[in-house]
Design a binder for this molecule. Structure first.
Ligand code: SF4
Length: 682
């Protein structure tokens, strides 16, 4: 348009996994305003405060604009050729000396699918290792593993459109109002229209105000609580026998296990009354279907995979999977964490969840990519990071992740990063993690490249470029392509569309029917097996599971790895707040959002505040076995006595100085939701 004209460019929000469609109002090449897209957009014109006002980070003077190479205690500017040659040379040297598995890469769940596809290809094809992972490891890896085991597919079963229509909700471990705000508005609309809402959560999250029943279950008691619910459903004959017989296997083993959790035992573990537990079970059975929604309160535990499978057990027992307004619905935290999984930025699967260890899948990708591929699964992020200190990993490539603030036990994470023989980062800003880099590549941001994101509801939507990256910053896929070229691989695709249309959708059957021309307006929800397929709003239709029959899992409750004792008598749990996003690399550079929330607090109950003699705004010291932080107290009824709640948004007062680096043995997801702390007036 002409300088004074405003054009509207439709794109996808760069924050959470709801995938709201935005209209960027662009004048003179700059975004001047953002509004919500209506039409067929899943957000129906709505945006939250981050989606509406959180765009000015792209104009921040802090942007990285030129490749940087470590020099003494700092960095010096370099040309692209020099920096790329240095990194490619280092990869060759390390592979020659230690083999390809001494290299590892962490992809980015904030960037477009095409970037993640290209990065996993760089590692698998040009370096020769499956050591590629991304931050689903720290959030929803238990979902991918747990739901794949129970249902055959590890993704949200239903759609956000169902949230507005459902008649019964069971929401657990999810503070949707702050972490997925637009999705929460649909839940509230449904409740106003008569839907029933059950919230099970250690915190009295905002949605609890709208709930028919709020069950204040203890941190880490989920398997016991759900086993108790299933005990009531089975003994009172309230479960869906026909569905269970027709669609599921493993019922007898489930029943035997659940009988070990009578309501009295389950309620005691969960810290709620027996009557409340029974009431939750009976209510759930009274409306069909009920929709189950969860987020990281379920997954970020040492028993995260078991928690996810428990949610699947409950919904299969009620006969709720495979129907509109039912299903098991994990909401993804990041805009493209679903997509980064779909693209195979995982150590055990190629794009489209085709298994690395399956010889047929491997043979297919060997033909497509023209190389011999490594046969065994790669390492997961905690193993990569630990490998930096043990020397098994010499080269780490971190793309758009701020591990130094986001990993549990920051002190330990930083020690590991400092131990890397060679660390490379792609980013849009200097971060606490890029401090440890040997080379930093400056990258294009969200509105500076064309591509796609996949939201929680498996919807692949377009992301559009409105301006050039600043200075010499380049698209991430280009950086990976240039490195591959220096490692002897000439790749032809030369933009997001070519990568998607010519490679991704050819190689991943669940995405075969998605081409850019089909998603120029509304996105499509996978599986989309062919070009005339309309997409899949509801998976496992009528109980026909991807794996044939749904699989009940008989599960025992296990407590968190660290529980309160006399030295550390309180539980710390963590999460996100409304006005910021993760480690604030983006929202920390949005003026309005910083004004709305500019520092961390420790949220404690009025009872604990009275005991400690502190009021809101007064400083407290929170200490764990890993470290301590000094923050202001926020006294709130949201938190029960004995619990401290903090986020990881701010470097000062980051909960991860305190969190426990222990991991789910199956998914290697950290127990960020539970550790033991002490707190005192500072
Ligand atoms: Fe963006 Fe999520 Fe807010 Fe929607 S709800 S505008 S996707 S941050």
């Amino acid at each position: 348009g002409r300088p004074w004209e405003t054009t509207k460019v439709r794109t996808t929000c760069p924050y959470c996994g709801v995938g709201c469609q935005q209209l960027l109002h662009v004048r003179n090449g700059k975004i001047i305003k953002v509004t919500g897209a209506e039409d067929g957009a899943p957000n129906k014109g709505r945006l939250c405060v981050k989606g509406r006002f959180g765009y000015d980070f792209i104009y921040s003077p802090d942007r990285l604009t030129t490749p940087l190479i470590k020099s003494g205690d700092g960095f010096r500017e370099a040309s692209w050729d020099e920096a790329l040659d240095l990194v490619a040379g280092k990869i060759k040297e390390i592979v020659a000396k230690h083999g390809p598995d001494a290299c590892a890469g962490i992809s980015c769940a904030r960037s477009i699918n095409e970037d993640s596809y290209q990065m996993q290809k760089l590692f698998r094809v040009a370096i020769g290792t499956n050591n590629i992972d991304h931050c689903a490891r720290i959030c929803h890896a238990p979902t991918v593993a747990g739901l794949a085991a129970s249902f055959g597919s590890g993704a949200m079963t239903n759609s956000f459109a169902d949230f507005a229509k459902a008649k019964m909700f069971y929401i657990t471990g999810s503070n949707m109002t702050e972490a997925h705000p637009v999705a929460a508005t649909f839940v509230k609309n449904a409740v106003r229209n008569g839907a029933q809402l059950i919230v099970a959560d250690p915190r009295r999250v905002k949605l609890a105000e709208f709930a028919d029943i709020y069950a204040p279950i203890k941190v880490g008691s989920d398997v016991a609580f759900i086993n108790g619910l299933m005990h009531v459903l089975i003994t009172e004959n309230l479960y869906d026998k026909d569905y269970v017989e027709r669609c599921c296997t493993g019922f007898e083993a489930l029943k035997a296990k659940v009988m070990e959790y009578p309501p009295e035992r389950a309620a005691a573990i969960a810290g709620v009354s027996v009557d409340m537990l029974k009431e939750v079970a009976r209510r759930l059975a009274s409306v069909k279907p009920a929709i189950l929604i969860y987020t990281l309160g379920i997954t970020e535990h040492t028993c995260g995979v078991h928690n996810v499978m428990s949610c699947a057990n409950l919904q299969m027992l009620l006969g709720n999977v495979g129907f509109e307004c039912g299903g098991v619905n994990p909401i993804r935290g990041q805009n493209n964490v679903q997509g980064a999984c779909d693209m195979g930025a995982l150590p055990n699967v190629y794009p489209g969840y085709q298994r690395v260890e399956d010889p047929a899948a491997r043979a297919k990708f060997e033909v497509a990519w023209g190389v011999k591929l490594p046969e065994k699964n790669g390492l997961m992020i905690p193993q990569m990071i630990e490998g930096l200190t043990t020397g098994t990993i010499k080269f780490l490539y971190v793309f758009g992740e701020n591990l130094a603030n986001a990993e549990p036990d920051i002190r330990h994470a930083e020690h590991c990063l400092a131990s890397a023989e060679f660390l490379v980062c792609n980013d849009i800003f200097p971060t606490e993690t890029t401090r440890f880099a040997d080379v930093i590549f400056p990258a294009a941001a969200w509105s500076e490249d064309d591509g796609t994101f996949a939201s929680s509801e498996r919807r692949v939507s377009r992301v559009r470029k409105v301006s050039e990256p600043p200075g010499q910053a380049k698209p991430n896929w280009w950086i990976f392509k240039e490195l591959a070229k220096r490692l002897g691989h000439d790749w032809t695709s030369n933009n997001g569309q070519e990568i998607w249309d010519n490679e991704v959708s050819h190689l991943a059957p669940i995405l075969a029917g998605i081409k850019y021309y089909r998603i120029e307006e509304d996105g499509l929800q996978w599986p989309v097996p062919s070009l005339d397929h309309p997409g899949t709003c509801i998976m496992h239709q009528d109980g026909c599971f991807t794996c044939g029959q749904g699989r009940f899992m008989a599960l025992d409750w296990t407590p968190p790895a660290e529980v309160p004792d006399k030295d550390y008598p309180m539980v710390l749990s963590t999460g996100r707040r409304l006005f910021h996003y993760h480690t604030r690399t983006q929202t920390g550079r949005c003026l309005g959002l910083n004004d709305l929330l500019s520092e961390e607090t420790a949220d404690i109950s009025p009872a604990d505040a009275a005991r400690l003699g502190v009021k809101t705004g007064e400083p407290v010291r929170v200490r764990s076995r890993r470290g301590e932080v000094k923050v202001k107290a926020r006294v709130t009824e949201e938190v029960p006595p004995g619990l401290v709640w903090m986020s990881f948004h701010f470097r000062e007062g980051n909960a991860n100085w305190l969190t426990n680096p222990v991991f789910d043995p199956i998914s290697q997801t950290a127990e960020l939701k539970a550790c033991a702390v002490q707190i005192e007036k500072a």
